[in-house]
Design a protein around this ligand. Structure first.
Ligand SMILES: [Zn+2]
Length: 242
């Protein structure tokens, strides 16, 4: 199935055109990730999408939503020195927001968030998953910063960093818990944003969104999923860091 996606880097670069982002996010929320995209930046973005090995099909994500695109997100972490280039690029974009701390949802997102915190020379918090079942099956995972870190977060301007923002359940959970700690979330940061839910969430809670790349993707609530309706079986496991 992966062989049906050889053109992804090219499609990806088309999506990066500023005009393609105008309708997706208000103002310049994503602007700094796109404007001035030189050859070096374009190659970095192409490498990022290539690492993720996009695959089409019918999948269930951590949020409970169904969708048609699968990314091998753990592959980003195979070579930390390679990941650090992306973390540094994201940190440069986040630096403009007066960030005093970076919080990442465990597991994978926090590994990136820690690198970003190092680049910015600020505090780092991680938010641990806990089960929070709901009757409609959506957002079944909650996130909580450990007790020992919570006092440090009070009053801090914080960034929430994840590798990929899809439905946004991880950044949503981390942001809510940062607020519960008395921190002031000011910006979301991600290597890749999929579709409109992430930008819509950021706009809805009044924080900026910084990302290195943006890809379109279909995402549905289970009962509204057209792939389920046409009898297409779900692939893979339920594990998905997005
Ligand atoms: Zn489905």
């Amino acid at each position: 199935m992966g062989d049906s996606f050889p053109q992804v880097p090219q499609r990806f670069l088309v999506v990066l055109a500023p005009s393609a982002l105008d309708g997706a996010v208000g103002g310049a929320a994503l602007g700094s990730g796109v404007e001035g995209l030189g050859l070096e930046g374009a190659l970095l973005h192409e490498e990022l999408v290539g690492l993720l090995g996009p695959r089409k099909g019918h999948f269930r994500y951590e949020s409970g939503h169904h969708g048609d695109l699968w990314l091998e997100i753990p592959r980003l972490y195979l070579r930390p020195d390679r990941l650090r280039r992306f973390a540094a690029a994201l940190a440069r974009q986040l630096a403009a927001h007066g960030v005093e701390a970076v919080c990442g949802p465990l597991i994978e997102g926090a590994l990136l968030a820690q690198m970003v915190a190092e680049e910015l020379d600020v505090e780092f918090y991680f938010a641990e998953q806990f089960a929070r079942p709901r009757s409609d099956g959506l957002y079944p995972v909650g996130y909580r910063i450990p007790d020992a870190l919570r006092p440090s977060a009070r009053g801090k301007c914080a960034a929430i960093v994840d590798d990929v923002i899809n439905a946004g359940s991880a950044v949503r959970g981390a942001l809510a818990d940062l607020q519960a700690c008395g921190a002031k979330p000011v910006v979301l940061g991600a290597l890749l944003v999929l579709g409109p839910p992430g930008p819509a969430f950021a706009a809805g809670v009044g924080v900026k969104l910084e990302t290195l790349a943006h890809l379109p993707r279909a995402l549905w609530e289970p009962l509204a999923c057209p792939l389920c309706a046409s009898g297409v079986l779900l692939e893979g496991g339920a594990k998905d860091g997005a």
